[in-house]
Design a protein around this ligand. Structure first.
Ligand SMILES: Nc1ncnc2c1ncn2[C@@H]1O[C@H](COP(=O)(O)OP(=O)(O)OP(=O)(O)O)[C@@H](O)[C@H]1O
Length: 377
């Protein structure tokens, strides 16, 4: 069956008008059930109710509503295939802009590409990889969530946490930049453990060879890799190479696609900077410009993956040196925050924020089995 579902409050709140003008008229030959959400959580309930048989879902929203739907289907143990026709109406639209990299000036046809694929009756759908994140307190799980875009901690989770309070006054992506400024001097104390993908080892990007290579600490006997903080940035993605149309934070997800479901992970650790030897207030202040330079590189088509430190601690590319970020590909990770660092306890799963309890941790894994959720492209 065909369900047309619109979140009228996502993005700049124009989704309902956009559907009335451009989507509903194009569906005129199709019999469909039309629903506008009335509250957070409503989308998930509607889809679960209609997923008693294979479903095609024309969804006017951003990534958050999709997240609600996937989690509701998962919680209800629904395994019926769901084919999504995505119409990007949210703020960031990370999944849409990754599947359909935007032209310099996106036009109406750009926003209707998934719909167009569906209407052309092309059997081209992309299966979504999903990541399961479990928050635990002293080894007892307290919550689980499913993500189709991003799971993060550190600066990215702080930004998503604080940007919600700015949504009313700043409906566009500028609220993420404002929230980033509020958090720019924070470092996050935690231990990170990476677990291998189905390849059997953890990979790391080498800017010199421009390839993903086995991590030197990941062997057949001992494939997991442990990484000590402090961290400025930690983010893992599935399905996407960008979190906004121009913010290509995980470019290798598209440039060197994984052969099987895997996380692409971006880590920024200030103590890799040859001019920073310990965590002090001065060191944190002096590192702010480097954090912005890295995030600026993501806005330059993902250039940050090529950045290395010169001996003087400047950031350069095209020369030999210690890579500024560490870019990993792996099957899962575990983040154990330092109990004395409350900021390190935030976890973002597709924009939804959770807090790791004291003595707790977050564990995330890309599911190796298919969930039967796909997107028309
Ligand atoms: N009618 C509604 N009233 C209030 N909240 C809603 C309603 N429908 C859905 N929501 C909630 O709105 C939130 C934001 O939606 P969504 O993420 O789709 O848009 P966005 O945040 O603008 O875009 P993006 O996630 O791409 O940045 C979701 O978490 C969803 O639960």
């Amino acid at each position: 069956m065909l369900l047309v579902l619109v979140n009228p409050v996502c993005g700049d709140k124009s989704a309902a008008a956009f559907f009335a003008a451009h989507v509903v008229p194009r569906l005129n030959e199709h019999t469909a059930v039309h629903v506008q959400t009335t509250s957070a959580g409503h989308a998930g309930r509607v889809v679960v109710e209609h997923a008693t048989r294979p479903l095609t879902l024309v969804l006017g929203s951003g990534d958050g509503t999709l997240h609600d739907i996937l989690n509701a289907l998962h919680a209800a143990s629904i395994t019926t295939p769901v084919h999504f026709v995505l119409v990007p109406c949210g703020t960031a639209n990370a999944l849409y802009s990754s599947l359909f990299p935007p032209p310099p000036v996106p036009d109406l046809a750009y926003k209707l590409q998934s719909l167009h694929a569906f209407l052309q009756n092309k059997a081209t759908t992309t299966l979504l990889s999903l990541a399961t994140t479990t928050i635990s307190a002293q080894n007892a799980p307290v919550s689980t969530s499913i993500a189709s875009v991003v799971v993060s901690t550190a600066l990215h989770a702080s930004i998503l946490h604080d940007s919600e309070a700015l949504r009313e006054r700043h409906p566009g992506i500028e609220r993420f930049k404002l929230a980033a400024q509020q958090n720019s001097t924070k470092w996050y104390n935690a231990r990170l453990n990476l677990t291998p993908s189905s390849l059997g080892f953890v990979q790391i990007y080498n800017p010199s060879s421009k390839s993903l290579i086995p991590h030197p600490d990941s062997s057949n006997d001992s494939p997991a890799v442990e990484i000590q903080g402090p961290f400025a940035y930690f983010l893992s993605t599935v399905n996407v190479d960008r979190l906004e149309p121009a913010f290509r934070i995980a470019p290798l997800a598209r440039a060197i696609p994984p052969s099987a479901p895997a996380f692409d992970i971006v880590v920024l650790r200030p103590l890799r900077d040859p001019t920073i030897h310990q965590d002090t207030p001065d060191a944190r202040s002096s590192f702010v410009a480097k954090t912005w330079k890295v995030l600026g590189g993501a806005y330059q088509d993902g250039q940050h993956v090529e950045f290395v430190y010169t001996e003087q601690g400047d950031i350069a590319s095209g020369v030999h040196g210690v890579s500024v970020i560490e870019y990993f590909r792996c099957g899962g990770w575990q983040w154990t925050p330092d109990d004395a660092d409350p900021d390190a306890h935030l976890v973002c799963s597709d924009g939804a924020i959770s807090t790791i309890p004291p003595h707790g941790k977050a564990t995330a894994a890309v599911d190796t089995f298919s969930h039967h959720f796909s997107v028309y492209n």
